[in-house]
Every structure is written in C-alpha cells, then in structure tokens.
Design a protein around this ligand. Structure first.
Ligand code: ATP
Ligand code: MG
Length: 432
C-alpha cells in the first residue's frame, strides 16, 4: 500500500461523490505498474477547473488556462486537470487553444507515449486503450498514434522519448526512432530551459549512459535553439557518425580506439548528478571553456557550472600530462581548482583509470595544506615583517609560500614561512 497512491484515490473519490468522472493518469499509473517509486500524482477529471476549485477547500490555479488546478490535501499537492484535447500546434510547441472534452479516451489520446496514456479508476480498473501495458511488458517506447505526427506537434516529446528509454532501459520502436531522426531539427522550437531540464533529468536518472547514447546518436544536440559549443557538438557528431560501441579513449583525446570512431565514457550511477556531468564532459574530451559555455547556454545555475567546470579544468590539466610531471601538475591543479574539484574528478574518473586516481588520491592526502588561508602567516604579517608597503606582491608571495608548503619544501610554521619570504625578497633584489 503506497500512501501517496491511496491519497490520490481519495481525491478521485471525492470528485466522483460530486458526480464527476475522475482517474489517476499518466506517469503515476505507469510507475505503479512498473513498481517504481511515485513522484507525483496526476488526476484527470470531467469536472471543469472552477468545479474542481469548488470541490476542495485548498486549491491553487496552477495552470488554469490549460485546465490544471493543484489540489492540496494534507499538505500533498495533486495536479487535477480537466479532460481535454489539444488542437493545433502551429509552432510545434504549444497547443493554440485547449478544448475541454467529456471523454477520458480523448484525454488519453493527446498524451505522448502509450505507457503514459493509461488511467486508473477508483474501481481498480486500468483504462489502457493504446496498449501501454503491452509496451511496458515489451520494454519499448511507443507513441500514441503516429510518431511523425506526435513529434511534429511537440518537439519536446523527442527528448522525452530519449529520457524514458534511458530511464527504463527501453528501446524506442523503429518508427519512433525514425521519426526522431526526421524531426530532430524541430528541437530548435523548444526553449533551452526545457532541453536542460530533460537532459539533466536524464543524467540524474537510472540510465545516463544509454540516455547520452540516444542523445548523441540521434543528432538532436545539433538542433538546440542556441548553438552548443563546438567541442560538445563535435563529440556528439563523431559519436553519431561513427560511434558503435562503448569503448572509451580514456583521456578524451578524440582518437579512435580499437577502430571505433568515437565512444562515450562509462557513467556509473554516482549519487551526485554533477559528478555524472563531470564524468561525461571529461570523458568526451570537452574543454573547461566549452563546458562553461555549454552550461551557460543551457541556463544551468552558476554554482553548478563553477563546480563542474573546476573538475573539468583539473581533468584538462591531467589529460595528456607526461607521467614524470603528473605529481607536480596534480598538486598545482589541486591548489588552483580546490580540493572539492579534486574529489569530484577522482570520483568521476576512477572507473576509467583507477591506477592514476589511486595515485592522485594518495598525493592529495599528503598535501599539508591546499589554501592560502591555511598558511601560518597572513598578508598583513608579511607587510609588517618584511617592511614593505602593501601591493600585488602579497598575493604572489602567499601563493609561493602555499606551493612551497604543499610540495613539502618548507613547513607551515610562521618563522619558517617568514624566513623563506625574506630569502625570496633578498634573492629578487639581488637579481635586479
Ligand atoms: P515524470 O514525472 O517521471 O517525468 P511523467 O510521465 O509523469 O514522468 P509529466 O511531465 O509529469 O511526466 O507529465 C504527466 C503526463 O502528462 C505524462 O505521463 C503524459 O501523459 C502527459 N504529458 C506530459 N508531457 C507531455 C507532452 N509533451 N506531450 C503529450 N503528453 C504529455
Ligand atoms: Mg509526473
């Protein structure tokens, strides 16, 4: 017994008691049949929005134009939407107008995929006019009606098809895949925020590898409304044209591996989605500049952008670094990008090169300090002890001291730090 599901059925029964038809619909019915955790409950009803608002004490007119009212019961939101049909999609994005209908079947017919077009009644019956349960059993993504038409109406559905296929480990049916290939240019009609939300959901889900495979293989990324950076498009395109397997060129050198033209990195299900993004971007050899531009274009938050780009920057530093310079580059990289980025990078790449990441992890543990703030001397103390007026030399000096301590050349003890600083100044003056 799932309390959320039961609470949804209570909302259905309340509507029925008023003489309306009502059903649980869409994702929650699908997830329930699949034994997946429910995230939210959608309800379809013959009641018009104002009637829904009159039936429940606490409602929010969330999307009243489209017939959607949020009903709050015991602090839980339920999206209650009047049966509707969608008429013309003149711009391939949004129906021009919403027409309410009396019939559940018609409401189900406007939905995207057969497994999303099922309803569940208070009598325990599943209404499944398009074979959604068969699709679940067969493990396929199947459109309600003609795939060409459905993607032509709403281009976002192509990304949803990819996301559901990845999430459930399903195959898109051949007609679905071919319709994506034929309509992919229409992705330019979808707001980048929506693209980002779908891609990010895909990354956070249970099949990010498969999801990226479909995303790259379909060529969809080439048609995002605002061009993605060349490094990302290039990787996607190489994969689309040549990628046949999952072999990975460990450092994203862009070179063929074992005769393969391109490949994707392994994307284990790290708890943190930003580590998954890091693994992907490092794996396909995207520069930190391109990673930053990608996230900016997708309107990803500045905080997440900085985090992922720091780890990708560290990767850039380590990629192709000659073996005898690795230690030095690693320590400097940790100082430049911070220990959080180092940890992210280690997690994101250990499944690819455990030997190197083990080595780096050991080195990381042995770095005495990684930040200027941890030095046993402050800028104002340097000014006083060295008898110089403040200037940019302070930051340089602190960084120099940090490096010396990090590499184990001097101890993090005030007297030693000041001695070293004095010595450096004397040397510098001597050179003039
Ligand atoms: P999840 O919430 O796990 O992402 P979901 O199927 O619940 O999956 P929602 O975006 O919450 O997805 O949409 C709820 C339902 O609305 C879907 O199950 C589907 O029936 C319908 N739906 C959503 N988006 C579309 C769309 N672009 N075209 C047609 N039907 C859609
Ligand atoms: Mg949902």
């Amino acid at each position: 017994v799932d309390p959320l599901w039961e609470a949804g059925l209570d909302v259905v029964r309340t509507l029925e008691a008023r003489g309306y038809q009502a059903y649980l619909v869409g994702g929650c019915v699908r997830d329930r049949l699949m034994g997946r955790k429910l995230n939210d409950i959608d309800i379809a009803t013959s009641a018009k929005p104002d009637e829904v608002m009159r039936t429940f004490p606490r409602t929010i007119p969330t999307g009243i134009k489209h017939g959607t009212i949020t009903v709050m019961e015991n602090g839980i939101p339920f999206e209650v939407t009047t049966f509707r049909r969608e008429s013309d999609y003149s711009d391939g994005r949004r129906p021009d107008e919403v027409a309410f209908v009396d019939d559940l079947q018609e409401d189900l017919a406007r939905r995207d995929f057969t497994f999303n077009a099922m309803a569940f009644g208070s009598d325990g019956e599943i209404v499944d006019p398009f074979g959604g349960q068969d699709a679940l059993r067969a493990g396929v993504v199947q459109c309600v009606g003609d795939a060409e038409e459905r993607f032509g109406e709403d281009a976002l559905r192509m990304l949803r098809a990819v996301r559901f296929a990845a999430e459930f480990g399903f195959e898109p049916l051949p007609d679905v895949w071919e319709a994506i290939l034929r309509h992919r240019a229409k992705l330019s009609q979808v707001a980048v925020e929506r693209v980002c939300a779908e891609w990010d959901k895909l990354m956070a889900g249970s099949g990010p590898e498969q999801g990226c495979h479909y995303l790259f293989k379909s060529g969809l990324l080439g048609y995002v409304k605002e061009s993605l950076p060349a490094g990302v498009l290039h990787a996607a395109e190489r994969y689309r044209l040549n990628g046949t397997g999952w072999e990975w060129d460990a450092w994203g050198s862009g070179e063929a591996v074992g005769g393969q033209g391109a490949s994707l990195p392994p994307l284990p299900l790290y708890a943190d989605v930003d580590v998954r993004w890091t693994a992907l971007l490092c794996g396909i050899g995207v520069s930190s500049a391109d990673a930053a531009e990608l996230f900016r274009t997708l309107r990803m938050s500045g905080k997440r952008t900085d985090r992922v780009c720091s780890a990708v920057g560290l990767h850039e530093r380590m990629a192709g670094c000659p073996e005898d310079e690795r230690y030095e580059q690693w320590v400097l990289g940790v100082l430049d990008f911070g220990t959080a980025a180092a940890e992210d990078w280690l997690t994101a790449t250990e499944s690819v090169d455990i030997e190197l990441t083990d080595l780096c992890r050991g080195w990381l543990q042995n770095i005495p300090i990684t930040e200027v703030s941890a030095l046993d001397v402050r800028g104002d103390e340097l000014v006083k002890e060295l008898g110089r007026s403040p200037g940019p030399w302070i930051a340089e000096m602190l960084r120099g001291l940090l490096e010396a301590v990090a590499f184990g050349v001097i101890a993090n003890i005030k007297a030693e730090l000041l001695d070293a600083a004095k010595q450096w100044l004397a040397d510098a003056d001597g050179r003039k």
